[in-house]
Design a protein around this ligand. Structure first.
Ligand code: SAH
Length: 397
């Protein structure tokens, strides 16, 4: 099949040759042939050498998302089947079913399916379609997923701001089978969590933190723990199960805290072992300092602070401030667990930010472990942008 041809400006072929999946509109010299947005385009170097094939959207700054670097590979139904099968096979190889029934099945560019996220929660799948190219093939992709995974239902949670950049409105609803119940109970490392896939944050649960919750838990035995940015209390459940004395959950979301309380009770922990505080962590941590309240461990898992390079400095100040406030509250010999899920903040920069906070707090800090995102959120080497979550387990003196 002959496709429209997109010719790159001189010198813009290198990332494409290295299998980076994005072409920015600024790299384009010309577009030859009639083509609708969302359709397949062939990408050529300025010397007219065929390079790759992907789907087009002129409305997006990322004008093409590349799908294949093989000129013989057509983008037909069997292409999408092969890509989904590869993603499913990769998850199967992780042996996750022993550990959990909630994990990411398809992680977009990192699974060579740009723009599509698929998470499994028990018998239900949740999909996010982030681009026009996926939007136009959504029915097909849902059909393939239904055939392969036999879920009770497939629910769409495409309510992300990034869709606007593709000219797409938000879209939520059942795409296959049954409507999910209001709460699905999932298991993770032997613990139970209620997940609201219709209204919860992301697709309902922070699946990317699964392994970090497990690795942090042993450091919390016996500790009075502050779980800042707690969401529905996942770290709190792991902490108490590992023998923490008590946990304070802190979040701005009253709904998330109400769910945290239920999750803690669901796992057998009485209300006497935890306290929920609704409030802004930046303020509440300062109040704790002023009132002399101290902890033996503090967990900081804030939302993304850096959305664009232009805001990186402000984001860095935010991370530094919250870490500084946390360090003031930790008893000598205690634990700081600190995360950043901003892709723009590198692991190296994050470590420097925590160091700057430690200097200002007048504390000595040792890194015990470095953390990343769970392996069902793999990072493609040719797409380092896929890595966003980083964390440190530290001992604070
Ligand atoms: N650690 C959680 C995920 C945290 S997500 C888990 O493992 O499930 C980040 C959380 O921070 C969200 O629940 C959000 O409601 C909360 N949040 C955002 N801004 C906040 C602020 N300024 N103070 C306290 N919580 C905040």
């Amino acid at each position: 099949m002959r496709h429209a041809r997109l010719i790159l400006k001189p010198g813009h072929d290198r990332p494409v040759r290295r299998h980076h999946p994005w072409i920015f509109s600024g790299a384009v010299a010309e577009l030859e042939g009639r083509i609708e947005d969302g359709e397949i385009v062939d990408v050529y170097s300025s010397e007219r050498e065929w390079l790759a094939r992907g789907y087009l959207n002129r409305r997006s700054q990322i004008i093409v998302r590349l799908l294949t670097w093989n000129p013989e590979e057509a983008i037909d139904e069997s292409f999408w089947e092969r890509r989904i099968d590869r993603a499913l096979a990769a998850r199967h190889l992780l042996g996750l079913d022993q550990i959990t029934d909630a994990y990411r099945l398809v992680y977009a560019e990192n699974d060579w399916i740009p723009g599509l996220i698929v998470d499994r929660y028990g018998d239900f799948l949740v999909i996010q379609s982030l681009t026009l190219g996926i939007e136009r093939r959504k029915e097909l992709l849902v059909r393939i997923l239904a055939e392969r995974c036999h879920p009770t239902g497939i629910y769409e949670r495409s309510d992300l701001d990034v869709r606007a950049k593709e000219g797409l409105p938000p879209a939520d609803g059942v795409r296959h089978g049954e409507m999910p119940p209001e709460r699905i109970v999932i298991r993770e490392h032997g613990h139970l969590f209620r997940v609201d896939i219709q209204h919860g944050q992301k697709t309902g649960f922070y699946l990317d933190q699964r392994e970090n919750r497990r690795r942090v838990a042993p450091y919390l035995a016996g500790a009075r723990v502050l779980n800042a940015f707690s969401y529905t209390g996942a770290f709190a459940v792991y902490a108490l199960a590992a023998g923490a004395e008590s946990v304070v959950n802190l979040d701005t979301s009253a709904e998330a805290l109400a769910e945290a309380a239920i999750n803690l009770q669901l796992n057998g922990f009485p209300a006497s072992r935890f306290e929920n505080i609704e409030g802004d962590a930046f303020r509440v941590l300062r109040q704790f300092r002023a009132s002399g309240r101290r902890f033996q461990a503090v967990i900081l898992d804030p939302p993304k602070f850096a959305f664009a390079q232009a805001h990186l400095e402000r984001a860095a100040r935010g991370y530094k401030d919250i870490n500084l406030q946390a360090l003031h509250l930790i008893e000598p010999g205690g634990i700081l667990v600190t995360f950043s899920c901003s892709g723009l903040v590198s692991a190296d920069l994050f470590q420097k930010i925590v160091f700057a906070a430690a200097e200002d707090a007048g504390r000595e800090v040792q890194i015990l472990e470095r953390l990343g995102q769970a392996p069902d959120h793999p990072v493609r080497l040719s797409f380092p942008e896929g890595g966003y979550l980083k964390g440190l387990i530290c001992r604070v003196w």
